[in-house]
Ligand binder design. Structure first.
Ligand SMILES: [Zn+2]
Length: 374
């Protein structure tokens, strides 16, 4: 009993200094959370400062996705989210926010400014977003903005479609992968111009932690990639590329993926969203790639266009998976994803300032270290 009381008396201390034990490792940790083809990433610095990038899906899926984000929050020992970046206002990136905000305090809301694509589905979510942001710190990110996170250099390389014009330090060489780039008809808006959706507004981040470099462009589209990357590569090379747009071929051109030369890519896809053959071929052909990790087995890739299961966090239990990819749903008629509502697993990255990092599959515990300097 006395021991239990003694333990209790230490609890406030643990709350005041979140995860002192886990943070002793001095790594930057990134949890790529499974939100069934949406996005949520929890970044935690060695000092315990946190950045959540997107907050999963809306509606019936919001409780599920908030549970999954909170599992990562708990694993990291956090008691608040210091910075929330909402990359854009699509339901799979911001939908879970109102539910999540009932679970944990969020100190700063970062976004690209006004929504360009109002819909009856998203408008109520954004009304709640605005009320929450009004009670906290609210930052509108512009291209070139630095998000102040101790220990990281977090730069916004695109927002509202305004791509970075000045190369990042050390970048700016001619990009040989621009040759042969062909524009795609991405995001035709009925009656409007191409490329004027929320995807193109995405708040895109380049982050360095010592020598470790990461790029996440959210749902930045294929045609914008050439604006950012051609004729000169303004980004340079990165260690980790968090794949654009859930691994769909409406982003992820060679002009981007080959030029940034990631050692590792992580694809936050869903069972029926992302991982199509065209995107898999580009990602797996990137010249310095060591491994592609997937949040889900991709039915749109089939057994043919996939990585070994050891690199996949969530698999299709008991399903018979054909070798050939499933055809994607026709435009405008998205197939309902077979959503698994049971246990879900993350992929966790732990990086060091020397540039080395370890990736761990939350399902099977498999981890692989990518050493600095190779
Ligand atoms: Zn998306």
């Amino acid at each position: 009993m006395r021991a239990a009381l003694a333990l209790l008396s230490t609890l406030p201390l643990l709350v005041a200094f979140p995860s002192a034990q886990t943070r002793a490792a001095k790594t930057l940790d990134i949890y790529v959370v499974d939100v069934e083809g949406g996005n949520a990433q929890l970044w935690v610095t060695p000092s315990g400062e946190s950045v959540l990038v997107d907050s999963g899906n809306a509606g019936a899926a919001a409780v599920r996705d908030a549970d999954r984000i909170m599992a990562a929050v708990k694993d990291a020992g956090l008691s608040q989210i210091d910075h929330l970046i909402t990359t854009h206002y699509h339901g799979d990136h911001v939908g879970g926010l109102p539910e999540l905000a009932t679970r944990i305090p969020i100190k700063e809301f970062i976004d690209h400014g006004p929504n360009v694509q109002p819909t009856p589905q998203i408008d109520p979510v954004l009304q709640q977003y605005a009320e929450l942001a009004a009670k906290a710190k609210h930052t509108v990110a512009k291209t070139g903005t630095r998000i102040p996170v101790t220990g990281l250099d977090w730069r916004i390389v695109s927002a509202t479609g305004q791509v970075l014009k000045t190369p990042l330090p050390g970048a700016g060489a001619p990009n040989p992968y621009c040759a042969g780039f062909k524009r795609h008809d991405v995001n035709p808006v009925s009656g409007g111009p191409l490329g004027n959706t929320e995807d193109e507004q995405s708040v895109a981040s380049h982050v360095t932690f010592g020598k470790f470099r990461v790029l996440y462009l959210a749902d930045f589209d294929w045609n914008q990639e050439v604006e950012l990357m051609c004729p000169n590569n303004r980004i340079g090379s990165v260690d980790l590329f968090l794949v654009s747009r859930h691994g769909q071929p409406s982003s992820n051109s060679e002009a981007l993926v080959d030029a940034i030369r990631p050692r590792v890519t992580i694809m936050n896809n869903g069972p029926r969203k992302g991982g199509q053959p065209a995107a898999m071929k580009v990602l797996l052909n990137s010249p310095r790639l060591e491994d592609l990790w997937q949040i889900h087995f991709a039915l749109l890739g089939g057994q043919e266009y996939t990585v070994p299961g050891i690199f996949i966090a969530n698999v299709e239990e008991g399903a018979t998976v054909p070798v050939a990819p499933l055809p994607p749903a026709p435009p405008g008629a998205a197939a309902p994803a077979p959503q698994h509502n049971g246990p879900a697993y993350w992929i966790k990255v732990s990086a060091q300032t020397d540039g080395g990092f370890t990736v761990t599959n939350g399902r099977n515990g498999f981890s692989k270290t990518y050493r600095a300097g190779s």
